[in-house]
Ligand binder design. Structure first.
Ligand SMILES: *Cc1c(COP(=O)(O)O)cnc(C)c1O
Length: 361
């Protein structure tokens, strides 16, 4: 068996230890004589799995008691509708457009109410985060929406926007659990887990209780997308994505063992620095993002020559560094260096880039 260094943006690399544990438990989960895949979601064994997953996540993120944690399915993209359906009580919300995922969320929200774009970085192909210190936020907006880490373009909000008292809603799909967060600054934190936490098919929503106390803003909201019903049923209204939640739970335990989110942040900063420092000194490769807005998780770069980009991706793949091709809308390369990417993966990638640079100078 040989494992590659997988720089995929998502689904993405998971900790090897977690995969090994899941393998060991595949046929007989803790003496139950069955796989977690074969188990009733109402069983005692599964109840422990989902409760521990929630508790470990609460411990990791220091989630206050007045926030609900729910596990859902349908992709982060389904939540582009779920957010306005649950929260647009006045029928209006402010969106900050920093990339394709934010734009999709904004467009989806327009189906359900008035979504207003209050800032955008589309003018420079989303290569920076706009100044959000004094935005023109409508008085009656229910929330301000951001995509906190822009997976495709490689930017991250280093300071949260001034929402002028409105609730902040953040899609954190690609920076979930990559560093500590102050949950109290948000009304809703949500994300798909397949970027940094687990297998696709699971979304986590962390929502302040009072925002959903009266049920969804839009009365026709499907039951499955009604966060109050999901919260009241401890994410077990129907059959949840059981196996995915089980793997997420293992990843939460792995992060705890690694030292929690402070340790993750240090680990991620170290990796990102190795790559960005090289990009800054390289004569061939260039980062595409405003340095102050660089993501710790997704690092896009180019040579400036499409043919050479292609050659790099092909040779890297052969050498065991896979999924480095940039998003189809951006081109070039992108290295996603999520929590589970070891430091040596980034060091070896940089060595490989140096060699490629020498050979192609
Ligand atoms: C990948 C991604 C999505 C879309 O996730 P799906 O689960 O495929 O719907 C949304 N937002 C961000 C920030 C992402 O990185």
């Amino acid at each position: 068996m040989s494992r590659v260094y997988n720089f995929s943006a998502g689904p993405a690399v998971l900790p090897e230890e977690v995969l090994e544990e899941a393998r060991d438990e595949m046929l007989d989960y803790k003496g139950t004589g069955m796989s977690v895949m074969e188990m009733s979601h109402r069983s005692k064994a599964y109840d422990t799995i989902i409760k521990e997953a929630e508790q470990d996540l609460r411990d990791l993120m220091n989630i206050p008691d007045n926030y609900k944690v729910i596990f859902l399915q349908g992709g982060a993209s389904l939540l582009f509708a779920g957010v306005p359906m649950n929260l647009m009580k006045n029928g209006k919300a402010a969106y900050i457009i920093t990339g394709q995922w934010a734009k999709k969320a904004y467009q989806e929200a327009q189906k359900y109410g008035e979504a207003v774009s209050v800032a955008s970085s589309a003018d420079k192909t989303f290569s920076y985060i706009p100044d959000c210190s004094d935005l023109d936020i409508p008085e009656d907006a229910d929330y301000v929406y951001i995509c906190e880490n822009n997976t495709i373009y490689g930017t991250k909000f280093k300071t949260l926007p001034n929402t002028k008292g409105k609730e902040l809603v953040a899609d954190v799909s690609s920076c979930f659990l990559s560093e500590p967060v102050d949950v109290t600054k948000y009304g809703v934190i949500y994300g798909g887990v397949q970027k940094n936490v687990g297998p696709s098919g699971v979304q986590v929503v962390i929502v302040r209780e009072d925002l959903i106390a009266d049920g969804p803003a839009l009365k026709y909201t499907p039951t499955m997308m009604d966060w109050k019903i999901q919260a009241d049923n401890d994410s077990l209204y129907n059959t949840p994505p059981c196996y995915g939640i089980y793997i997420c739970g293992k990843v939460f335990k792995w992060i705890k063992k690694m030292g929690g989110l402070e340790a993750m942040k240090a680990h991620n900063e170290k990796k990102a620095k190795i790559l960005y420092d090289f990009l800054d000194e390289s004569k061939l490769f260039k980062g595409t993002v405003a340095p102050e807005d660089r993501s710790l998780m997704n690092v896009p770069f180019v040579t400036g020559n499409e043919e050479l980009d292609k050659k790099f991706v092909a040779e890297a793949t052969k050498a065991g560094f896979v999924n480095l091709k940039g998003h189809r809308t951006v081109g070039g390369m992108r290295a996603s260096i999520y929590n589970a990417m070891p430091i040596e993966g980034v060091e070896k990638l940089v060595d490989f880039m140096k060699k490629f640079e020498e050979e192609n100078a």
